[in-house]
Write a protein that binds this ligand. Structure first.
Ligand SMILES: [Zn+2]
Length: 75
């Protein structure tokens, strides 16, 4: 009869996926909205706020940055 030796697995390193930055949309006036992120990314200047918001969400999904609440910031 053989003894069963079970060696414990080495613990896998825990990887925490933290957000890299916080993205928001800066509304600088009529027809002037830009998505901006604290990670250093900046979107194009947009005529429509909705398009700048789309840029912000796309950047959030692509680069794992957090979306600010509220998303629109009027300056
Ligand atoms: Zn970012």
């Amino acid at each position: 009869m053989t003894a069963l030796h079970l060696s414990p697995r080495p613990a896998a390193p825990v990887q925490v996926d933290l957000p890299r930055g916080i993205v928001s949309v800066h509304v600088l006036g009529f027809g002037n909205a830009t998505a901006w992120c604290s990670c250093g990314w900046t979107g194009r200047r947009r005529l429509l706020k909705a398009v700048a918001m789309q840029d912000a969400w796309a950047h959030s999904a692509r680069d794992r940055c957090e979306v600010s609440t509220p998303l629109l910031l009027t300056w």
